[in-house]
Design a protein around this ligand. Structure first.
Ligand code: NAP
Ligand code: 8YV
Length: 320
């Protein structure tokens, strides 16, 4: 008798807890990451779900004729062609909300680390320089008297804003739609916000509209006392323009968790001591990643058990 368990394809690597949750419930097939699924026609036909932390483009989707659901590990699903999936009637799910607090906490830490140069201060101590050379240099910047603008005020943006309130900074935001329930200053244009604030935090999704939206013009508007923090997507930033602005002093500093071509970080960024760099770790704690992994598994298992998914993305045709 043939195995009746639904087949789930996992391209590349995924959090091990996703695979643990699948044990005994579905059959897992793995495939190397590539432009198209490297599977036999017989296996491709049996695949009904994809669990992914990475990319699923239109060629992948079209290579799987009986695909029903793509469950993305991460709230940002810019790696998945959700519009193409929707055309084929395929559900796409992501992992919203369970990571809001972790990402917002990390954003505040990255902001303070960048402004007060805490990483450099700790390295100074560890290198024995406190003893040999005396106190560490005063940080040129401070959060005191600062105005902060958030590019993005969704689930995570709102948690960042709430955490900023006790720091006694002025808070504004730019999004396409004003949120009347929020008391923060709304800016209809990103450039106007960048001119009005001196700290810019990016927490928008990576989309064609946000692609390189933060460019030389925005860095000039932010100014030489300006600090740029990115926890959204690297694709929202013109990295060459950012490096130029840091080199010529147009921009005061930057704290970056995400990059245009991860895991590759431009060599030039490593040289700045007014830049703080993290390897995309905003959600990277064991409890938060476990919660994300559970959601990835629950979306697929719920679909097969009850034709219900927990967190479909907006492009997905309503199902279940
Ligand atoms: P969300 O709830 O969907 O919020 C997205 C926000 O961005 C909304 O306020 C939306 O407002 C705004 N936005 C979208 N497109 C825009 C545009 N073209 N111009 C201006 N504003 C725009 O998403 P979320 O859960 O907060 O997550 C946001 C993103 O953070 C994710 O998509 C992901 O890329 C990133 N992220 C990164 C990490 C990390 O590890 N560094 C972790 C989690 C998330 P309007 O629709 O009104 O414009
Ligand atoms: C994850 C993220 O690290 O949720 C997101 O959008 O960027 C992060 O939480 C990433 O998706 C997993 O690789």
């Amino acid at each position: 008798m043939s195995d009746q368990k639904p087949v789930v394809l996992v391209p590349g690597k995924i959090h091990p807890r996703v695979l643990e949750r699948f044990q005994g419930k579905v059959e897992v097939v793995t495939a190397p990451v590539g432009v198209k699924p490297a599977l036999s026609a017989e296996v491709a036909e049996r695949v009904r779900a994809v669990a992914v932390s990475g990319s699923v483009n239109a060629d992948w989707i079209d290579g799987l004729p009986n695909l029903e659901i793509i469950s993305n590990f991460g709230v940002g699903y810019d790696g998945v062609d959700a519009k193409h999936a929707a055309k084929r009637g395929i559900i796409v799910t992501n992992t919203p909300d369970v990571l809001n607090d972790e990402v917002a906490d990390t954003t505040i830490a990255l902001l303070i680390n960048t402004v007060r140069r805490l990483y450099q201060a700790e390295s100074y101590l560890r290198d024995g320089k406190w003893v040999k050379e005396g106190p560490f240099a005063l940080s040129p910047f401070s959060l005191r008297g600062r105005k902060v603008g958030l590019f993005g005020m969704g689930r995570i943006g709102q948690e960042i804003a709430k955490r900023l309130e006790p720091f006694k900074v002025e808070i504004g935001y730019h999004t396409r739609s004003k949120r009347d329930e929020l008391s923060y200053t709304y800016y209809a244009s990103l450039k106007d916000m960048a001119s009005a604030v001196d700290i810019l935090i990016c927490i928008v999704p990576g989309t064609p509209e946000t692609h390189k939206a933060i460019n030389g013009e925005i860095f000039s508007a932010l100014g030489s006392n300006g600090v740029f923090i990115n926890v959204g997507r690297g694709s929202s930033v013109d990295e060459d323009a950012m490096i130029k602005a840091l080199e010529d002093g147009t921009l005061g500093g930057a704290g970056l968790d995400v990059f245009y071509s991860e895991p590759n970080v431009p060599e030039a960024l490593l040289a700045f001591d007014n830049v703080s760099l993290l390897p995309h770790v905003a959600s990277a704690s064991v409890p938060t990643r476990n919660a994300m992994a559970d959601l990835v598994a629950d979306n697929i298992l719920g679909w097969f058990a009850e034709r219900k998914v927990l967190t479909p993305v907006p492009e997905t045709p309503v199902k279940g």
